[in-house]
Write a protein that binds this ligand. Structure first.
Ligand code: FE2
Length: 373
């Protein structure tokens, strides 16, 4: 019998259970010593690029061997071996891509869900016990915040907290920023006025993805902190008014902050969704929002959607209220959790130090801790 020409060969591997694996997908995931850095099977550092592969790949042959399948590709005769369990777990079309930043990796909440059991730990346990640290980082990633208590109420201690799981994101405000009453505040955060729920630094791209607030003194009456789950509010908006969610996700909004030394702008939607529609980020800050650049006919619908989202965010049931005491350090996801502050009496002393860090390092720290389990 004459050898089959390449276009008579199958373009995909079909396993007994009907799972289909296109040849190009298989080849792109070959882990032979010629295709990935030896010893890097875990991270799969590839030694080739897509343009190095033949464009018309086919399956020359496929043979089952003890829990694996050995594939020979045409036209170049390259050989690869795949673990069947590995293939089954990655069956094309089986699952949406995992993304620890998207809503389906989160536990959405409203105030009543957490009011009597705030996720948190004592600082000493957090630093000394890997299991406690893992539990706290998991809370930060799934609930969006964690409260560490008993952090020494000293100057710059907030930086130690950030460095315990990641890296400080220095900005034009410096390594850290002070939140206390000031005489002529450049920023509302430094006044004694109440501040409605917002995310920080929406005028920056990339936005700082974690914020830390460490309480050094809180003798003022008022000055309580509030947290709101922005993903939950966005999901509620989608249920009640899908067109409103869609409009907010598709409308770029510019945010700006300017002072003597800085002039920062960034443009992004109030609700960010990923390419398959999952809620993935919230940018919400009325103080630094610039005029929305839409056609006149579209602006009323935008404002109606913006108002509906703001109403969900400011609903009393949405906001978890807590009072930070000296030594408390709140760590939260600034792409999801909005924070607020009630007004306070300028007479009583209230002093917080804050800084920024990033979620990728926190997620990495957690993944490494889990390896050890
Ligand atoms: Fe803030």
């Amino acid at each position: 019998m004459a050898a089959r020409t390449p276009d008579e060969l199958p373009a995909e591997l079909v396993l007994d259970d009907g799972a289909r694996y296109p040849a190009i997908w298989l080849r792109d995931n070959c882990t032979c010593a010629g295709c990935v850095v030896p010893g890097s099977a875990g991270s799969g550092q590839k030694l080739f690029g897509i343009t190095d592969l033949p464009p018309d790949l086919r399956i020359e042959s496929a043979d089952r061997e003890a829990g694996t399948v050995r594939v020979v590709f045409a036209p170049d005769g390259h050989q690869a071996r795949y673990d069947l369990a590995w293939l089954a777990a990655r069956r094309p079309g089986l699952a949406v891509p995992p993304d620890d930043r998207a809503e389906d990796s989160k536990r959405l909440w409203e105030a009543a869900d957490l009011a009597d059991r705030l996720p948190g730990a004592e600082w000493e346990a957090f630093t000394g016990e890997p299991a406690e640290r893992a539990r706290c980082l998991e809370a930060l990633l799934t609930l969006g915040f964690v409260l560490l208590r008993g952090v020494p109420a000293g100057d710059r201690a907030v930086l130690d907290v950030a460095r315990s799981f990641g890296y400080v994101r220095e900005t034009n405000y410096g390594e850290l920023f002070e939140v206390r009453v000031e005489e002529n505040p450049a920023n509302l955060a430094f006044s004694s006025l109440p501040i409605t729920p917002h995310t920080d630094n929406p005028y920056r791209e990339p936005v700082p993805t974690i914020q830390l607030l460490h309480c050094l003194a809180n003798a003022a009456s008022g000055g309580d902190s509030g947290l709101v789950d922005g993903f939950r509010a966005a999901a509620a908006l989608r249920r009640a008014r899908p067109a409103a969610l869609d409009l907010l996700a598709r409308t770029p909004v510019t945010f700006r902050y300017a002072d003597e030394h800085a002039d920062l702008t960034a443009t992004a939607p109030l609700i960010g969704v990923d390419p398959i529609g999952r809620i993935r980020s919230i940018r919400f800050n009325n103080r630094s929002m610039c005029p929305v650049a839409l056609a006149a006919g579209q602006l009323p619908a935008f404002y109606a959607a913006y108002r509906a989202f703001a109403e969900l965010l400011s609903a009393p049931a949405a906001q978890l209220n807590l009072r930070l005491e000296p030594g408390d350090c709140l760590v939260f996801d600034n792409t999801r959790i909005l924070h607020a502050r009630t007004g306070f009496t300028a007479g009583g002393r209230r002093h917080l130090q804050g800084c920024y860090a990033d979620l990728d390092s926190a997620a990495s720290a957690l993944a490494v801790l889990r390896r050890g389990r």
